[in-house]
Design a protein around this ligand. Structure first.
Ligand code: ADP
Length: 778
């Protein structure tokens, strides 16, 4: 509080009287100073009055400070007044008198008269802030409109702190501390605030060496900045594009050069640099060697026809082809060039773009040659050819012209010819397939007959092929129709067919005859065999009778002879039996009588029946079976023949001291009977042969074994007749294994029979004698 005021006329000093923090009186001077009426001031609290006057302090704070300090109060019209505040306290009561003493120049608008007037007319926003508390004392409307964040009127805003009304302009304590220290004005260009660019000027107003105010001038420069930035970015893009273009030019496969008005290169790309400088010079319009540049037609180019010279003359060079000929090589360049003229039409520089097209020209020539070759072939081929492009006739060859007298394949064909299909039916105009082929129908070797209308004896048999090729859009754009005269071919084919048919008929006739002969032969064989058999049976019966009833009357020698007779008649009988069977086995005269019999038992007794023969020869014979019994449908007589045959061979070809094993094994759907011997074995190349019919048995083999060679062939046929299979594994000097596989199937209707062993035995005695007659050992 300030004590050294002189209160000569205290009533003249604007003042408030406060009692218990309430305004109880205000004098006229205060009303004049603030523009408020008494009523507006009375009955307010001191806080309310301080807020009204926008005093940036409180009564208590003012009481506490003991230095002279001016404050700003703001009138009702928001005009700042600089004042000192003096508070006098009555000792006896709660009454306080608050004096508002105006400073020497209290009215800010008067103090900054010039600025005030200028600010209102200026396009810039101007504001004055008090320092250091940064309270807005004065502001132009422009400033309020453009640079204040809050939506309040100028009257409301004046007297408030910068941090409340424009927080983004309140650039921080540090900033303002520096401003206070430096005391120099400052420019802030293109500050980006609230989405706008601003140029700001901070001007300190210094009184008595203290910064009392800051005048802030702000201009929006958004448009300028955006425009400049746009220019900058455009410049960047242009620069990028320029670099890109230069990179493209540098790396393009074309030879790129720029020349000045003297014909000198001012720019060239990598391709150009690669080139022989003499060629470049040539393109420039200067010869380095004599007469090396020619036109495509082979004419020597005059100097003024060289591309660079044309450019310098201001002429465009349009796809000019230049042939470069040296002693060693020839190259073709395609050159394009554009002169760049200034606004007066004078040549500034020329752009030359060249490409070595020698390879392309070479390919073109090859294609051209191929085309010619192809055309030659098409022209001279032995077929009439029509080629259509986009459904229009494009080409026809010599034969096509000859046959159709220059006509196409449309209905005009009927002017010359009658057309028939392969069956001789007339082909009418509507049935002509030409338009279908042009629309993609593929015709393959379709036969037609062309009959000459003038001379019906002149007929051609033709074969037509038609194919269409599709373009990228899947339209049929090229069709080829070829017509071949096959009259002669057809004639020959027909002759050949007739000839073959005749031959075939002859063959059939021959086969018939052969069949008859064979059947006659077989008949003959059957009859003769039978005829052989009857006397043999009689001989055997007689021998039997002699041995049974007259053995006492015969000497030992006679008995020996008789035995030999019997032995040989058995051999004969075996052969005859085999012959009879082998001729019948494949005919329907051969009957099979299957009964349900135990194959294990059957095999064991058959094996047992030849035990004596084995013993006589000193060969071991063993039977074994992994199963005790297995009943299957079998013809036991046939099975006997099979097994006895295999056993007789085994005994015959097994040397003394070795053994034979007969095994029965049950398989999943069948039964296998093995006859294994340790005999001489059968060579590999003969193994198949021994099952062949006797007619094909190798004579040397059968001779060597002293047999007729039909036994195994018969066995094989008999096994097949029983629905089984026979196979052989054999190793020379080690032995052979014959495996007979028979179906494990019962026969219908007939109940299981074991087969009376006595009946089988009786038959076996006789059969084994016959079957073993060829291994009989005296
Ligand atoms: P054959 O009626 O003369 O006995 P096969 O058809 O039964 O004739 O036999 C043909 C030939 O096969 C015999 O002559 C013999 O050379 C050979 N052969 C057959 N079985 C055996 C065997 N177990 N061991 C060695 N050779 C055999």
């Amino acid at each position: 509080m300030k004590d050294d005021f002189r209160y000569d006329n205290i009533n003249q000093i604007p003042r408030l009287i406060i009692s218990d923090n309430e305004i109880i009186d205000a004098n006229n001077s205060l009303c004049e100073l603030t523009g408020y009426s008494k009523d507006e001031l009375l009955s307010n609290s001191t806080e309310e009055i301080f807020i009204k006057f926008k005093i940036n302090s409180t009564l208590q704070d003012i009481l506490n400070i003991n230095v002279t300090k001016s404050f700003y109060i703001f009138t009702k019209q928001s005009q700042a007044r600089e004042i000192y505040i003096n508070i006098i306290k009555e000792k006896s009561s709660n009454i306080q008198i608050c004096l508002f003493i105006e400073t020497e120049y209290p009215r800010v608008e008067q103090r900054f008269m010039y600025l005030h007037n200028m600010a209102e007319r200026n396009h810039k926003g101007i504001a004055i802030f008090s320092m250091p508390d940064l309270v807005l004392l004065m502001a132009s409307q422009k400033y309020i409109d453009n640079f204040i964040d809050v939506e309040q009127s100028r009257f409301e805003l004046i007297g408030t702190k910068m941090s409340d009304i424009a927080p983004k302009w309140d650039l921080g304590k540090k900033f303002w501390d520096n401003r206070l220290k430096s005391k120099e004005d400052m420019f802030m260009n293109e500050a980006y605030i609230n989405g706008k660019y601003m140029d700001a000027h901070f001007l300190p107003i210094i009184e008595n060496g203290i910064t009392k105010y800051y005048v802030i001038t702000v201009t929006e420069c958004t448009e300028r900045v955006i425009y400049r930035k746009r220019l900058e970015s455009q410049a960047r893009v242009i620069n990028d594009q320029k670099e890109e273009l230069e990179a493209i030019i540098e790396n393009m496969s074309d030879i790129f050069t720029v020349i000045d008005k003297h014909g000198n290169y001012i720019k060239m790309n990598a391709e150009a640099r690669k080139l022989d400088p003499e060629i470049l010079v040539g393109l420039l319009g200067k010869y380095s060697r004599n007469e090396i540049f020619y036109s495509e037609k082979g004419e020597r180019l005059a100097s003024e026809d060289l591309p660079a010279n044309m450019l310098i003359e201001g002429k465009n060079v349009v796809n000019s082809r230049i042939v470069l000929k040296t002693n060693e090589s020839e190259a073709v360049f395609e050159v394009k060039g554009t002169p760049v003229l200034d606004c007066q039409g004078r040549f500034r520089y020329g752009i030359l773009n060249s490409h070595d097209i020698s390879e392309y020209i070479r390919h073109l020539k090859i294609i051209e040659d191929h085309k010619k070759e192809l055309e030659f072939i098409i022209e001279n081929i032995n077929e009439a050819i029509y080629i259509y492009k986009n459904k229009k006739e494009y080409l026809r060859n010599k034969l096509a012209r000859e046959w159709f007298r220059g006509n196409g394949l449309g209905p005009c064909l009927f002017d010359m010819y009658n057309l028939y299909d392969a069956n001789g039916n007339p082909v009418t105009e509507e049935k002509l397939l030409i338009s279908d082929i042009l629309n993609g129908l593929n015709l393959e070797n379709k036969k037609y007959i062309l009959e000459n209308r003038d001379d019906k004896d002149k007929r051609k048999i033709i074969r037509v092929n038609g194919t269409s090729l599709m373009d990228k859009e899947e339209n049929f754009d090229v069709s080829i129709i070829s017509i071949r005269d096959v009259t002669e071919e057809e004639r020959k084919e027909e002759m050949y067919r007739q000839h073959t048919e005749r031959l075939l008929n002859l063959e059939i006739e021959k086969a018939h005859t052969l069949e008859n002969v064979i059947s006659m032969k077989e008949e003959f064989l059957a009859t003769i065999s039978h005829e052989f058999k009857t006397p043999l049976t009689v001989i055997n019966a007689i021998i039997q009778t002699l041995e049974t009833f007259y053995s006492n009357e015969m000497s030992g020698k006679v008995m020996d002879y008789l035995k030999k007779i019997r032995q040989n008649s058995f051999r004969q009988l075996r052969l005859v039996n085999n012959l009879v069977d082998i001729t019948r086995v494949n005919t329907d005269k051969f009957k099979i009588h299957k009964r349900n019999l135990d194959i294990v038992f059957l095999t064991s007794i058959i094996t047992e029946s030849v035990q004596t023969f084995a013993q006589q020869k000193g060969v071991g014979l063993y039977f074994s079976s992994e199963i005790a019994k297995l009943v299957i449908g079998i013809d036991e007589e046939i099975y006997e023949r099979i097994l006895l045959n295999l056993l007789s061979n085994a005994i015959k070809f097994t040397p003394q001291g070795k053994s034979i094993y007969v095994d029965v094994e049950k398989k999943r759907h069948n039964v296998a009977i093995y006859v294994r011997d340790e005999g001489i074995g059968i060579p590999k190349d003969k193994q198949k042969l021994i099952f062949e019919r006797f007619g094909q048995v190798d004579n040397s083999l059968s001779r060597q074994a002293e047999g007729s060679g039909i036994g195994l062939s018969l066995v094989s046929s008999l096994v097949t007749a029983l629905g089984g299979r026979i196979t052989l594994k054999s190793c020379m000097n080690k032995g052979s294994i014959f495996k007979v596989t028979l179906p494990n199937v019962l026969v219908n209707d007939i109940a299981e029979e074991t087969g009376a062993s006595s009946e089988i035995d009786k038959r076996l005695i006789q059969t084994t004698k016959i079957e073993f007659s060829h291994v009989y050992i005296d």
